[in-house]
Design a protein around this ligand. Sequence first.
Ligand code: GDP
Length: 193
Amino acid sequence: SWSSSDSVISSDSAGEPSEPGSPYRVVLLGSSGVGKTAFASIFAGAADSMDSDDCELCGDEMCEKEIEVDGESAVLTLFDTWDAENDNEHYMQTGDAYLLLYSITDRTSFLRASELRITLRRFRPAQYTPIILVGNKCDLVRRREVSVSEGRACAAVFDCKFIETSAAMQHNVWEAFRGIVRQLRLRRDSKAA
Ligand code: GDP
């Protein structure tokens, strides 16, 4: 079994899609304070998980879970090791898919998400990598600084999906993970065709 994230994210596999049946590597990106840890906790806590007792593969930096999406199971390895202060480009190269988080209460985090999207594009110029722009903390309606339409427009410009979530209310968080799996499957199926 995996003892450290280093053994999972090897440079050999950088930029390559997972082998069939192997876990999809999903990376959480975004400014400090936007809710990445909250997302990871929900994923690890796994109300939706098929094997919630199995925490062997869950550590501080990553968590592996099997979830069911549209009647088919998928194994996701979630990485929450992004350090917004350091330019940890390692994770820009090794995810199969990305959840790009900002807080709807923090315009700076929204701008940062755009920057991160551009950085991702630089690392992944040629291939289609599923990315969902996630506007978190949508429960904090009175502190909103970024409108839904701005979020949607940004996602359209950057050619990615968009969803607003509330980790605090557990609203749409699993929908975001399911969205990632659906996009990964579309990519897989289009390659197989
Ligand atoms: P990280 O730095 O991106 O890992 O952010 P955290 O997950 O640590 O969240 C930062 C703070 O925002 C914590 O106090 C969380 O409880 C809070 N938080 C995270 N998600 C939400 C949310 O959807 N709504 C509200 N109201 N607070 C949230």
